[in-house]
Design a protein around this ligand. Structure first.
Ligand code: GDP
Ligand code: ZN
Length: 281
């Protein structure tokens, strides 16, 4: 499903054709109670009624969902997100590890596979970033240094995203549009238009959509991604969402330990003797 407007959606079929699809009656009655019955990124079974339209019969189970909670209800924004591309830049603006950590927490919470991209690598000596990026690599997070300017690792990134559904996040100015345009001309422009609208305060009325990649796969154009960034994680949940801290959590003396000033904190002990990176802590 490329996009959804009410009960109509655009579906990209395996044969490469696009169909306008209505949701079959049974799904329609469901959708009245549950607004996110069908979202961009969903994989569906549909029956073509003509060369251009058809009917959605079935929505396949989802993985990697980005959602937003409002008034106690969860609204799914996009489904079947294979990668969360966390785009940062080595300079202008400089790398902000605390921000990367927050994105990784959210990825963990939503069950998304993160890929950290450090763009503008042409502006610095990559060796100076190694110690910090090595910590992420040791957590099993894929880290990729790129330059949209000089083309470093662009073919690799293009290859990585092929056949995958990718959501993109990162603060403004890091080169998200430039990178996406380097992968495929026009791709970044399409995504950037919507976020620029958001900056002016025209929120959330634009639904998420998928922009297909030439080599297969697609990038999500997701206006709601800002809220997603601010999605609340309570203090007590944080350590459990960090793969480097999690193994120690159960060994703390108090079950509700926040690993700050408590006695008998196994996390603090692990930081003290270097088993946990001090900055990550
Ligand atoms: P966005 O706000 O994240 O979409 O960032 P943009 O793609 O608009 O890029 C912000 C600025 O950074 C622009 O002036 C780009 O020309 C510049 N830029 C983007 N990628 C690179 C890069 O790899 N190297 C350098 N030196 N500049 C870049
Ligand atoms: Zn503790």
């Amino acid at each position: 499903v490329v996009s959804v407007h009410g009960l109509k959606s655009r579906v990209l079929a395996d044969d490469g054709n696009t169909y306008e699809c209505a949701v079959r009656q049974v799904l329609k009655s469901l959708s009245i109670e549950q607004r996110s019955i069908l979202v961009a990124g969903d994989h569906v079974l549909f029956r073509a009624a003509s060369l251009v339209d058809g009917v959605i019969e079935e929505v396949h189970p989802r993985h990697g969902v980005i959602s937003r909670t409002s008034r106690g209800q969860q609204h799914v924004l996009v489904a079947n997100v294979d990668y969360l591309l966390v785009i940062t830049s080595a300079a202008e603006p400089g790398l902000k590890p605390a921000l990367i950590d927050r994105f990784l927490l959210t990825a963990q919470q939503c069950n998304l596979k993160p890929v950290v991209v450090v763009n503008k690598i042409d502006l610095v000596d990559p060796a100076q970033l190694q110690p910090m990026l090595g910590v992420y690599a040791s957590l099993g997070v894929r880290v990729l240094m790129t330059s949209a300017e000089t083309g470093i690792n662009i073919p690799y990134l293009r290859c990585l995203l092929e056949g995958k559904q990718t959501a993109v996040t990162g603060q403004s100015g890091v080169g998200k549009s430039s990178l996406l345009n380097a992968i495929q001309p026009g791709l970044g422009l399409a995504v950037a238009t919507v976020s620029a609208d958001n900056d002016k305060g025209r929120h959330t009325t634009t639904a998420a959509k998928l922009i297909p990649l030439q080599g297969g796969g697609a990038v999500f154009d997701t206006p709601g991604i800002r809220q997603f960034q601010l999605w609340d994680i309570s203090a007590g949940e944080v350590a459990g969402l960090m793969p480097d801290l999690r193994p120690y959590v159960n060994a703390c003396r108090y079950p509700d330990c926040l690993h700050l000033t408590e006695d008998g904190c196994a996390v603090k002990d692990a930081v003290a003797d270097g088993r946990i990176d001090a900055r990550r802590y």
